[in-house]
Structure formats: C-alpha cells, structure tokens
Design a protein around this ligand. Structure first.
Ligand SMILES: *[C@@H]1O[C@H](CO)[C@@H](O)[C@H](O)[C@H]1NC(C)=O
Ligand SMILES: *[C@@H]1O[C@H](CO)[C@@H](O)[C@H](O)[C@H]1NC(C)=O
Ligand SMILES: *[C@@H]1O[C@H](CO)[C@@H](O)[C@H](O)[C@H]1NC(C)=O
Ligand SMILES: *[C@@H]1O[C@H](CO)[C@@H](O)[C@H](O)[C@H]1NC(C)=O
Ligand SMILES: *[C@@H]1O[C@H](CO)[C@@H](O)[C@H](O)[C@H]1NC(C)=O
Length: 197
C-alpha cells in the first residue's frame, strides 16, 4: 500500500515537472512569437472609427418611407477619367476624377407627405427640382437636408404636402468625386511599361 502511494507521488512529480516544462515552453514560444512579429512591423489592427456626427434625423431605419412609390427612373451618368496617375502632381486638373450626371424619378404619392426622402452620399447637387408630373408645374420646397447618420438620406421638405394618388417627378443634377476608397464609384490602377495607369 505504502509502495503504491510512493510510486504515485513519483509519477505525480514527473507529471508536475512535465506540466511546468510545457507551460514554460508555451510562454517561451509566445514571447519568441511576439518578438518575431514585432520585428515584422505589422500593420496595426484596424479600429472602428468613432462616429463623426450624432444621428440627427427621424428615420428609424435605412429604408425609405413608403409614402412615395417610384414608377420610373431616367439616369445620365458620365465618369471623367484621365489615363495617367501622377502621385507627385495630385492637384493638377488632369488628375481629378469626377463623375457627373442627372436623374429623373417619377413617383406616385400613395400617402400624403410633406417630405421626399431619397438616398444620396457624397454628392454635390447642382440642381434639384420637384414637379407635378401631370401639369409640369414646378413645386416650391425648402433647401434639402442631408442626414450624416449612416442612413445617407436626403430630405426635400415641400412647401405643400404631396397629395395622395397624384404623380410627381424629382430631377437632380449631380457631381461627385471618384475616390480611391473602394466605395461607390472608385478608381483603381495598374502598371504598364513602368507607368501607373
Ligand atoms: C508628375 O508630376 C511632376 C510634377 O508636376 C512632374 O515633374 C513629372 O514630370 C510628372 N511625371 C509624369 C510621369 O508625368
Ligand atoms: C494639393 O492641394 C492641397 C490643398 O490646397 C494642399 O494642402 C496640398 O499640399 C497640395 N498637394 C500637392 C502635392 O501640391
Ligand atoms: C441630363 O444630362 C444629359 C447628358 O448631359 C442631358 O442631355 C440632359 O439634357 C440632362 N437632363 C436634363 C433634364 O437636363
Ligand atoms: C466627399 O468626401 C470627401 C472625403 O470625406 C470630401 O473630401 C469631399 O469633399 C466630399 N465630396 C462631396 C461632393 O461632398
Ligand atoms: C398616376 O399614375 C398612375 C399610373 O402609374 C395612374 O394610374 C394614376 O391615374 C396617375 N394619377 C393621376 C392623378 O394622374
């Protein structure tokens, strides 16, 4: 009986020694790994940017309100590209990447509303007009409001409520910058004959 206990103790000592060695080895590996990683100068882990502005708008979600139902879209879209990217001359006019265009949306009002909501992001609106589609009459509205709360909503507050059952059109003439951030319309490049194109 006593012998058995003695054997078990010896075994336990070996197991404890092995366990301590294993833990020491793991710690060593972690330290070596961290030292090696530090030498590689890795790109820092991406962090989530803090919201730049607090939500301001009433919209409960990203979806447009159901008061207005689009019937047709007419879109003109032109991208202005230049063949050579010269990073030492970023402010030259032939290094600017833009897109321009206009859109006409015809829609029917199914529930009376004083606001037209649409999605718009990072655009300069050169012109915006709302018309009664049947009479062609231009309808008065206040300055549009952009929501910088992640919804990308643009609101056109109308002077008079749009009437249920009637058809209207919204015309927008826009200008945008083509970014290199892989969002929306963006520019990409390739190498050819030693030049970045
Ligand atoms: C890039 O722009 C710089 C500054 O304007 C100019 O000196 C250089 O020649 C340009 N390089 C090319 C490849 O166009
Ligand atoms: C480009 O223009 C911006 C704003 O005027 C200026 O801050 C920047 O230094 C210019 N970059 C170059 C390369 O000239
Ligand atoms: C929209 O742009 C196109 C192309 O530039 C132009 O022909 C058309 O007249 C514009 N639409 C309106 C309603 O101005
Ligand atoms: C689009 O966003 C960029 C970067 O935030 C900004 O510099 C630029 O002025 C914006 N353009 C428009 C048309 O709002
Ligand atoms: C609006 O357009 C729909 C067809 O899309 C039509 O049924 C309806 O009569 C139009 N409303 C008016 C007031 O003309």
């Amino acid at each position: 009986m006593a012998k058995e206990v003695y054997v078990s103790k010896a075994f336990a000592v070996i197991v404890v020694t092995l366990t301590v060695s294993a833990i020491a080895a793991i710690i060593t590996m972690v330290i070596v790994y961290q030292n090696e990683i530090a030498k590689l100068n890795p790109t820092p882990r991406p962090t989530r940017p803090a919201p730049t502005t607090l939500p301001t708008g009433p919209p409960p979600n990203m979806r447009l309100p159901g008061n207005l139902v689009p019937k047709s879209y007419e879109l003109y879209f032109q991208v202005h590209l230049f063949p050579t990217i010269n990073s030492s001359d970023v402010n030259a006019t032939d290094q600017m990447f833009t897109f321009t265009g206009n859109s006409t949306v015809v829609f029917q009002c199914v529930r009376k509303t004083k606001s037209i909501f649409l999605h718009s992001n990072n655009l300069t609106l050169l012109e915006l007009s709302v018309r009664d589609w049947d009479t062609g009459e231009r309808l008065p509205h206040s300055n549009y409001v952009e929501y910088h709360d992640g919804t990308n909503f643009l609101e056109v507050p109308m002077a008079e409520a749009l009437a249920e059952g009637r058809n209207y059109s919204l015309y927008v003439d826009f200008l945008g910058m083509t970014q290199d951030d892989m969002v929306g319309v963006y520019v990409s490049s390739y190498e050819e004959d030693g030049l970045t194109k």
